[in-house]
Design a protein around this ligand. Structure first.
Ligand code: NDP
Length: 247
């Protein structure tokens, strides 16, 4: 991987930046020079901790409460971030919910909830960002290894939602390419976060399915996102950060 790109003067929005992969991504982008806005759903304290850490790096930072399940808030977060930064250069669509379970147990409300956060929220934020971004804009979406390969039962709804993001990413790349804006998707494998703790009940099986035999860290995903934030000739592409889960 090339040397870290200097993101000084850039403004990034990381959705779901209060914890896990989003928090690690916000910090990574800030370490490379970006000013960063993060959204959170309900965990204000965690979001404020992240903002303190970002400011300690000398960056401008803000935490925005914005529920990605709400259409107005999903798009509104982009407008608020652009107002904070006087423009927007990098959108990281990271906020997501993981709802796993047998097919017969999933209700229409479950389907609506997961698609609202994992798909509609990403679409609306990307749409709002595209209208704000100029040449050099970056849209980076966090998908999942289950968009590529589903290793067992219980993932119908989650895998469907993440697979939809692959189509969105490729279509965004085609639509925004002529304006010099890129769109890419990163597919994490099992990553040790609150959503999927490395000491959780299903962790051993997930680790065993990887070639490396372990969970990844949020920072290992963040470094791929940061690479894409600097990559000018990469678009419409999928990047797998899964320790060989799909090998
Ligand atoms: P965490 O549960 O650790 O963190 C989720 C983050 O998203 C939090 O900041 C949370 O905010 C925010 N969030 C959740 N729901 C909403 C919402 N409705 N609106 C706004 N923000 C919301 O998750 P991870 O870091 O593990 O996951 C991040 C992304 O990576 C997700 O898209 C997930 O699907 C994907 N992923 C994760 C994998 C893993 O193994 N961990 C594997 C593959 C993909 P708050 O703190 O306020 O709750």
């Amino acid at each position: 991987m090339p040397a870290d790109t200097d993101l000084g003067g850039k403004v990034a929005l990381v959705t779901g930046g209060s914890r896990g992969i989003g928090a690690a991504t916000a910090l990574r982008l800030a370490r490379q020079g970006a000013d960063v806005a993060v959204t959170y759903a309900g965990n204000k304290e965690a979001a404020e901790d992240v903002v303190r850490a970002l400011r300690a790096l000398g960056r401008r930072a803000v935490a925005l409460r914005a529920d990605a399940a709400d259409a107005g808030e999903a798009a509104g977060a982009v407008e608020r971030a652009a107002a904070f930064g006087d423009g927007l250069d990098i959108l990281v669509n990271n906020a997501g919910v993981g709802l796993l379970g047998p097919l017969e147990g999933l209700s229409p409300a479950d389907v609506d909830r997961v698609l609202a956060v994992n798909v509609r929220g990403v679409f609306l934020a990307s749409q709002a960002a595209a209208s704000r971004m100029t040449e050099g804009g970056r849209i980076i979406t966090v998908g999942s290894c289950t968009a590529l390969r589903v290793p067992g039962p219980g993932a119908t709804l989650y895998a469907m939602s993440k697979a939809a993001l692959v189509g969105l990413t490729k279509a965004l790349a085609r639509e925004l390419g002529p304006r010099g804006i890129t769109a890419n998707i990163v597919h994490p494998g099992p990553i040790d976060t609150d959503m999927n703790p490395a000491d959780g009940p299903y962790a051993d099986g997930q680790a065993a399915m990887t070639a490396l035999g372990r969970f990844g860290t949020a920072g290992e995903v963040a470094s791929m996102v940061a690479y894409l934030a600097g990559a000018a000739y990469v678009t419409g592409a999928e990047f797998v950060v899964d320790g060989g889960h799909a090998a």
